[in-house]
Design a protein around this ligand. Structure first.
Ligand code: RTP
Ligand code: MG
Length: 138
């Protein structure tokens, strides 16, 4: 099992000024930051990142939203990182997320749900490499 995952703080959360509070919650939960950048995806880049969801009905909306403003992309390290990070962020729909989770605390809807977390070790590696070169991570 890998000890890395990949996250993005999404445009809704950066726009509302939640970046610092979300990073604070992530660090206090025991994750360490291995790489991080403040950036913005073009629609083409967002489409490529979420290509796995191309056939889903929400794909167009998701790509438009994810390219609508700045994001923070980061590689995180912790034992059992992928599963523990998904527990920390909570359910995709913030209305269904557990109390105290990042989506419960900061997200407003299933579409605008504050954070991304990789769903497998394999995707964590692919997603981290999408944003960071070997020189930008350690
Ligand atoms: P993420 O990839 O962002 O960490 O979220 P997730 O695994 O919990 O959810 P996933 O099924 O991978 O969906 C990716 C993102 O698409 C948006 N979505 N919208 N309108 C809808 O029904 C719907 N379903 C999913 C969400 O922003 C979700 O995070
Ligand atoms: Mg996902």
């Amino acid at each position: 099992m890998s000890n890395k995952t990949f996250t993005m703080i999404k445009p809704d959360a950066t726009a509302k000024g939640h970046t610092g509070a979300i990073l604070d919650q992530i660090i206090k939960a025991g994750f360490s930051i291995k790489a991080m950048k403040w950036t913005r995806l073009t629609t083409a880049q967002a489409g490529e990142f979420y290509a796995v969801h191309k056939e889903r009905p929400f794909y167009g909306e998701l790509v438009a939203f994810m390219s609508s403003g700045p994001i923070v992309a980061a590689i995180l390290e912790k034992d059992n990182a992928v599963a523990d990070f998904r527990t920390l962020i909570g359910a995709t729909d913030p209305a269904k997320a557990e109390e105290g989770t990042i989506r419960k605390n900061f997200a407003s809807s299933v579409g605008e749900n504050a954070v991304h977390g990789s769903d497998s070790d394999e995707n964590a590696a692919i997603e981290g490499s999408f944003f960071f070169s070997g020189l930008e991570r350690f």
